[in-house]
Structures are given as C-alpha cells and as structure tokens.
Write a protein that binds this ligand. Structure first.
Ligand SMILES: Nc1nc2c(ncn2[C@@H]2O[C@H](COP(=O)(O)OP(=O)(O)OP(=O)(O)O)[C@@H](O)[C@H]2O)c(=O)[nH]1
Ligand SMILES: [Zn+2]
Length: 191
C-alpha cells in the first residue's frame, strides 16, 4: 500500500525539542518523533510505540503505555533517538473494539480471551510502515527500547542491527497487574 509522507517540522514540547514527520498508510497516520541531533547518530535509540489513547492521553492505569511513552520521550530527549508513534490502537483492533475488549475484561476475561471472543487474533499489529520509516530515515542499526521479543524479531528480520536492547519497564499497579502478567506469560515479554 502506498505511503504518503509529510515534510519535517519542529515540535518543541515539555519533554524537549523534537523534529516530527508524518506518514500516511491507508486510513492510518503515524508519526516519527526525532531528537534534534537524530541525523548525526550512528545507532540511535528507537522506540516503536503502539498507540493507546486510553493510556497515552487519559493516563489509564489498566496498562503501562503512558509511562512507557514518557520514559521514551525523556530518554530520546536526553540521549538522542527516535519514537515511531505507531497508530495501531488496541494492538490494531481499533478504539471501539478495544473498549468492547475492556468491557469483557470487566467481566473477568484477560486481554487475550477478550480479543479472541471478539473475533480477533491476540495481536493484529502490522509493522510494514515501520520498515518504510526505517528506510526513509536511513536507519541501519538501532538501540531498541522494548520488552517485546516480537518487535526484536521483526526489526532483525529487516536486516537492521540491534546493537542494544533497552528495557521499557515501569511501575506496576493493582489495575495493570493482570495485563502485565498476560504479556509476560503469553507473549513472552521481558518483564
Ligand atoms: N486489544 C487490546 N489491546 C490493548 C489492551 N491493552 C492495551 N492494548 C494495546 O496494546 C498496545 C501496546 O502493546 P503492549 O503489549 O503493551 O506493548 P508492546 O508494544 O507489545 O511492547 P513494548 O515495546 O515492550 O511496550 C497498544 O496499542 C494498546 O492500545 C487490551 O486489553 N486489549
Ligand atoms: Zn495502553
């Protein structure tokens, strides 16, 4: 599918000064958020952050997304790097379906059971735009900020070197304990 790109713009933020570039693939619009020194970095820190409106924007305690995003923004503003804000809400089932999954979780299902009951796979994410962004920004080697072994496998399958993995571990709370346990037990996240 054809991917449209924007020009690069400045984004001063409370986390530091960034450069941003948008990518449009079908009806999904993604963002590359870069530190100002990004072009000088040989193996930049990179986070591929999956959109979570309830966490990233509303501060939901059901997941660890906002804390991970804050951690990544702080990290790249201090050490240089890139966040790909990958707009595949709810592991790409979309917001409406994620809220339905949350309603099933209110009745006792875990994250996986809820997805399956709604007719989706455990994880519907597709990373093709990430490959495009890596090529577009001339990235060959990265230090990846993640706990997800699938993301590591995917990046390596593109022939991109991961010179280091940085854990994205944040504090748990009583609302996200089950969610984190499911990630660890089922998806093999390094938690
Ligand atoms: N379907 C579904 N998606 C969820 C749920 N909770 C969070 N998400 C989505 O999960 C995505 C984040 O995935 P995670 O598994 O937390 O983390 P990850 O991106 O796989 O791995 P890290 O790089 O280690 O953070 C975001 O798109 C969230 O919207 C849920 O209960 N159901
Ligand atoms: Zn979340």
């Amino acid at each position: 599918m054809k991917i449209q790109t924007s020009n690069i713009a400045n984004l001063p933020s409370k986390h530091g000064k960034f450069k941003i570039k948008a990518y449009k693939q079908g009806n999904q619009e993604h963002l590359a958020i870069m530190s100002e020194d990004f072009n000088e970095l040989k193996s930049p820190y990179v986070r591929i952050h999956s959109e979570c409106l309830t966490g990233d924007t509303l501060g939901s305690l059901k997941c660890d997304c906002q804390s991970q995003l804050d951690l990544a923004l702080k990290f790249i503003s201090e050490h240089g790097g890139l966040i790909i804000y990958h707009r595949q809400e709810g592991r790409n089932i979309g917001l409406l379906n994620k809220v339905n999954a949350y309603a099933l979780q209110d009745k006792g299902r875990d994250t996986i059971q809820a997805n399956l009951e709604l007719g989706f796979k455990e994880d519907e994410r597709d990373y093709s735009v990430v490959e495009f962004i890596f090529k577009d920004l001339g990235i060959e080697s990265i230090k990846l900020i993640t706990n997800n072994p699938k993301k590591i496998e995917y990046v390596e399958s593109l022939g991109i070197e991961i010179s280091q993995r940085i854990p994205a571990i944040t504090k748990s709370n009583r609302y996200n304990e089950n969610y984190l346990n499911t990630k660890k037990e089922y998806f093999g996240h390094f938690l």
